[in-house]
Structures are given as structure tokens and as C-alpha cells.
Design a protein around this ligand. Structure first.
Ligand SMILES: [Zn+2]
Length: 427
């Protein structure tokens, strides 16, 4: 008999961890970091609910920190199995986890220097070495090819859109198929491929941060163009905290499309995040994961000036001319973007544009970022999880039961009552 326990990503939108148990074997699907407000971040320090040594394998749907960022900690605490992911996810996760280890170490160092930690000596949640040990535990798995997991389970990845390497994970175990959606991309995205249909499943675990809302149908290129042009017209700079992976590349594509249409001609674009720069290079190396042809991929990625060094980043901040600065991280909780926000949020002529969902600002963040974000209400692009909203194809035997693991807006909202699915929302 299966047991499915959500150890994160339920009732909140970060910290995704879903534990599947059968006959004494344990498989963890995703291993994310809690992010956002302090009370959420503190959950990362709580003892893990099960002994990490008792987990046989981890399946990673994609590399974003809220799905992967706890891996170095769980490995440090005794997990000794393999971490299964797609090849691109392994590469992107290696970047993200090392960067996260670096940020954790720097934050602890800063707390000790400023002596504001209530502990005598602040420790990082994990460090770069822990991230490297986690990366060594990865096993890359191709899309569409079922592979064996410990305990007799099989795993099949299919494209999920969303970001480079993202996959839905179908776990066959004990005669049942359980589908984990991970985060799903949009249909018809100009950069990423569509989420692939899955012919059949007994259970569907769908992440649905925006499951109770529909996408804003307004053209994102048009919206982005209008915000940038208005800001530039008043002599301001647009700072965009983009997730280093995927969203930063989508933004580059939108800006490329605007420039192709003869707009934003003289507005310089800076990609100020070493992580995002590396992710852009991966994009052109993994052509199956997106729609851009090799020459177009190169052209889109070269629309921006890449800012690798901290001194160059400071120069970008000091530069008074109107410009676009895309800088990690998307949750605005770390990285160089905080320095840009600190400088540019003090003057209303600038715009800080949040292109996606962001949890409430952490208390130590720039005080004005909330106001600036509110000013951009119509431009906060939404994602929802279209896979769950599309009925199974006619040849499928149908889903017997589905779960929604998270729907922050309205947990009780039924996805599509006409499908007759039995929906439960774990807390
Ligand atoms: Zn994601």
C-alpha cells in the first residue's frame, strides 16, 4: 500500500518534497528549499521528518531552488542514494546548488561579522563542499526512457516546459502509476517546449501555485515593452529580478523580439548574474529542451552585455543612463539584484519589475520593493498548470484520482469539476 506525504510545497509554494513509501522503501520526489519569509526559511533548519539514510532515491523534476535547494543538506545529513534527473537538470542544478552553497556561506560570514546572529557563531545551512557532494550523487536519465529505481519502481521523464531540463516524473510502482508534475510551463511559450501529455496515470500530483486562476492573456512582449518604454521616457532604469534559469532567458527573448520590431533601439541590456550567464550558455547546448534554433539561440543570448565581475556590476549601478538590468535572484532574496534594488528603488522614475510569482518580501529586503512591485500589478505574469487543466486524451483509460499539492490562492477551488476527478489538497 502506497503512502504519499508532502514534507513541503503544501500550504506554501516553496520547499517541495513529496515522500512516496511502499513496502519499506522510500522515494523522495523533489527536495526543495523553503524560501521567502523568515518563518518559512527557518523550516530548512528543522530536523528532517524521516531519517535521510532511510530514503532509497530522490527524483528531481527540475533545478529551481524551491525543488532542489535542500539536496546538499540531505546529503550532508546522511542520504546515500542516487538523485535521478534529466541531463540538463543535472547541469543546471550543479550551477544553482554551488551558487546556493556560496550564498549560504556568505550570509553566515556576514552575520558573524555584523554579530547579529542570536547564535554565538552563525553557521551556513550548507556550504559549497556539501553542494559538490550532492552533485556527485546525480544520475542523468534521458527523457521517455523508463529506468529502474530502488525497490522495484520505474521512472519515466517527459518534457514539462517551464525551465531547461524540467520534466514530469511518472513513477510506476506496485502496479500503479503516479505522475508528479513538478512545475509546468505554458503551452505556446515562445522559448520553452510545451508540457508533454501523459497517456495514463492512477494518481496525479500537481503543483498548482496558480491553480485557481487563469493566465493573463495579455501579450507579455507588449506589456514588457510598455513598462520599459515608459520608464526610459522618464529617464529611469528597469531592474528585473529574473530567475537565473529560464526566466532570464525568456526575458532576453522578449527584449530581442521588441528590438526586432524596432523598439528599445538604444536601450542597453545588462545580464548581471554569473549564474544566468552560464544558464544562457547551457540553453544553446540543450536544443531539445526549447524551440530556438542554434543561430537564434545565439542571437537572443547575445542581446545583453554579460556582467561577470562585481566591480562591473557596481559600474552598472552607478551608470545614470536609462537601461535594463536583469539580475538574479527571482525571489529577490540574494545576489546582486539586492544592490540594484537598493539603489534604484529610492527614485520613482525607476521601475523594479517582478515578472513572476514572488513570496512576500523578507524583512531584511529593501523597504520600497513592495511598493514598486505593486505599481506593476498588470505586469506580474502568471503561470498555471495547464497539464492538469487539459482532459486526458480519448484513448486514455482516465485518471482515477488526482491530488493538488498546492494552491495558495484558494485551496478548495476545484480544477475542472466536469472532469470528475477526485481532488485532495494535502496540508
Ligand atoms: Zn520551478
Amino acid at each position: 500500500m502506497f503512502a504519499l506525504t508532502s514534507l513541503g510545497g503544501a500550504g506554501t509554494v516553496t520547499g517541495s518534497k513529496h515522500l512516496l513509501t511502499l513496502d519499506g522503501h522510500r522515494i523522495l520526489i523533489d527536495c526543495g528549499l523553503f524560501q521567502g519569509l523568515k518563518n518559512l526559511r527557518e523550516l530548512n533548519w528543522a530536523p528532517f521528518p524521516v531519517d535521510p539514510r532511510s530514503i532509497d532515491a530522490i527524483v528531481l523534476t527540475h533545478a529551481h531552488l524551491d525543488h532542489s535547494g535542500y539536496l546538499p543538506k540531505i546529503v550532508r545529513d546522511g542520504f546515500r542514494g542516487r538523485i535521478f534527473s534529466t541531463d540538463a537538470t543535472r547541469e543546471v542544478a550543479a550551477l544553482i546548488l554551488k551558487d546556493s552553497g556560496h550564498i549560504q556561506e556568505k550570509d553566515a560570514e556576514y552575520a558573524n561579522r555584523k554579530a547579529y546572529s542570536k547564535h554565538r557563531s552563525a553557521l551556513p545551512l550548507y556550504g559549497i563542499r556539501d553542494a559538490e557532494r550532492a552533485i556527485e550523487a546525480f544520475t542523468a536519465v534521458p527523457y521517455h526512457k523508463p529506468v529502474s529505481l530502488p525497490g522495484g519502481a520505474t521512472l519515466t521523464f517527459r518534457h514539462a516546459g517551464h525551465i531547461l531540463g524540467a520534466a514530469t516524473a511518472e513513477i510506476g510502482w506496485g502496479g500503479k502509476n503516479i505522475l508528479f508534475s513538478g512545475d509546468l510551463g505554458r503551452y505556446g511559450d515562445p522559448v520553452m517546449v510545451d508540457p508533454e501529455p501523459v497517456p495514463e496515470a492512477d494518481y496525479v500530483v500537481v503543483e498548482s501555485t496558480y491553480g485557481n486562476r487563469s493566465h493573463n492573456e495579455a501579450d507579455p512582449v507588449e506589456q514588457l515593452g510598455a513598462v520599459i518604454e515608459n520608464t526610459v521616457a522618464r529617464g529611469g532604469t528597469v531592474v528585473i529580478p529574473g530567475f537565473a534559469v529560464s526566466r532570464a532567458q525568456s526575458l532576453l527573448y522578449y527584449i530581442w523580439a521588441l528590438k526586432q520590431a524596432g523598439r528599445l533601439r538604444d536601450v542597453p541590456v545588462y545580464l548581471d548574474s554569473p549564474l544566468a550567464i552560464n544558464a544562457s550558455e547551457f540553453l544553446c547546448a540543450h536544443l531539445d529542451d526549447h524551440r530556438l534554433s542554434p543561430p537564434l539561440c545565439k542571437e537572443v543570448c547575445s542581446i545583453a552585455t554579460y556582467v561577470r565581475e562585481v566591480d562591473d556590476s557596481k559600474e552598472v549601478t552607478a551608470n545614470a543612463y536609462p537601461k535594463i538590468v536583469i539580475s538574479a535572484s527571482g525571489m529577490a532574496t540574494g545576489g546582486r539584484v539586492l544592490h540594484h534594488m537598493k539603489s534604484f528603488a529610492t527614485d520613482r522614475k525607476h521601475t523594479i519589475l517582478f515578472p513572476a510569482f514572488r513570496p512576500p518580501a523578507r524583512a531584511t529586503g529593501p523597504r520600497r520593493d513592495r511598493r514598486s512591485a505593486d505599481a506593476l500589478g498588470p505586469c506580474r505574469w502568471r503561470r498555471d498548470h495547464a497539464l492538469a487543466l487539459r482532459p486526458p486524451p480519448p484513448t486514455a483509460t482516465g485518471f482515477r484520482r488526482s491530488w493538488r499539492t498546492r494552491c495558495v490562492g484558494s485551496p478548495a477551488h476545484p480544477h475542472r469539476p466536469e472532469l470528475g476527478w477526485n481532488v485532495a489538497v494535502p496540508r
